[in-house]
Write a protein that binds this ligand. Structure first.
Ligand SMILES: NC(=O)c1ccc[n+]([C@@H]2O[C@H](COP(=O)([O-])OP(=O)(O)OC[C@H]3O[C@@H](n4cnc5c(N)ncnc54)[C@H](OP(=O)(O)O)[C@@H]3O)[C@@H](O)[C@H]2O)c1
Length: 242
């Protein structure tokens, strides 16, 4: 059986993650995935590496696509979610710092098209959340602290990943506290520490390259294509052999 071709729209294309996604799609294309359009708030060039560029206010004019990959900022999310619903296209979003209304726009889209939102598209961070959920019930009454570090340009704090790790800890009965550091060009580091009198456990995930997030998002996009409407979890897509 051949995998259907997946036409991708990259939303937030001029940003750090957008550049990483476009470079990976150009230099190590996933089988069957082609970028057909790139959207940023503003555009400087009409075509880059053969990919047509659109500004946010031109988004209605993008060519047909199967899945949008969105790493923009919260203000841009509703527009791309509405576009995906209108075009019957899937949505992969890694944009963090969403408010309730922006989360609701994802939920609304997921009633019409397949949607995945994840605070962290790396496999290592997904495994870390699983480890935290399993450790917390065994460490009842221990202090639980989540410390995250990112580059100085990151706007939201605590990071979306730290909040997801906090939910994993809470699911096991822990009461997590959060701390955030913004320094230099740190791609992303998350430490979950469980401590009690006389002993301490630290679980750490360090991302040293944005490529890990981009590869996870591209893999999720190709696996989301053709699915029924709904809100999918990263582990269901990445760890599903189908
Ligand atoms: N889930 C994960 O695995 C993961 C990993 C890394 C980062 N992130 C998140 O991904 C997001 C992007 O990160 P980044 O470091 O790439 O940010 P960035 O460098 O600031 O890039 C943001 C991009 O979004 C565009 N944009 C901003 N407002 C927009 C709007 N209203 N409509 C359309 N496009 C808009 C910007 O366009 P202009 O340049 O024209 O302004 C730019 O292309 C952040 O929320 C970050 O926390 C998630």
């Amino acid at each position: 059986m051949t995998t259907p071709a997946t036409r991708l729209l990259i939303h937030g294309a001029s940003g750090r993650m957008g550049h990483t996604l476009l470079r990976l799609c150009r230099d190590e294309p996933a089988p069957g995935c082609t970028v057909v359009a790139a959207v940023s708030r503003r555009v400087a060039q009409r075509v880059v590496d053969g990919v047509p560029q659109f500004s946010a206010h031109e988004i209605a004019g993008v060519p047909p696509f199967d899945v949008a990959i969105d790493f923009s900022l919260p203000a841009g999310l509703e527009t791309v979610a509405t576009l995906c619903a209108a075009r019957s296209a899937g949505l992969v979003s890694g944009t963090t710092g969403l408010d309730d209304a922006q989360r609701q726009s994802l939920e609304a889209a997921s009633r019409r098209v397949p949607v995945i939102w994840a605070a962290n598209f790396s496999i290592g961070a997904a495994v870390l959340a699983d480890l935290v959920a399993r450790a917390a019930p065994a460490l009842h009454g221990w202090d639980c602290d989540i410390v995250e570090q990112h580059h100085v340009h990151k706007r939201d704090a605590p990071s979306g990943t730290a909040l997801s790790l906090g939910k994993a800890a809470e699911s096991g009965g822990a009461i997590p506290r959060h701390a955030s550091l913004r320094a230099g060009d740190i791609v992303g580091e998350h430490t979950v520490q469980f401590a009690t009198a006389g002993e301490r456990i630290e679980l750490i995930h360090r991302a040293t390259s944005r490529d890990v997030f981009a590869r996870g998002a591209i893999a999720a996009a190709s696996r989301l294509h053709g699915r029924a409407p709904g809100h999918y979890a990263l582990r269901d897509l990445l760890f599903d052999p189908a």
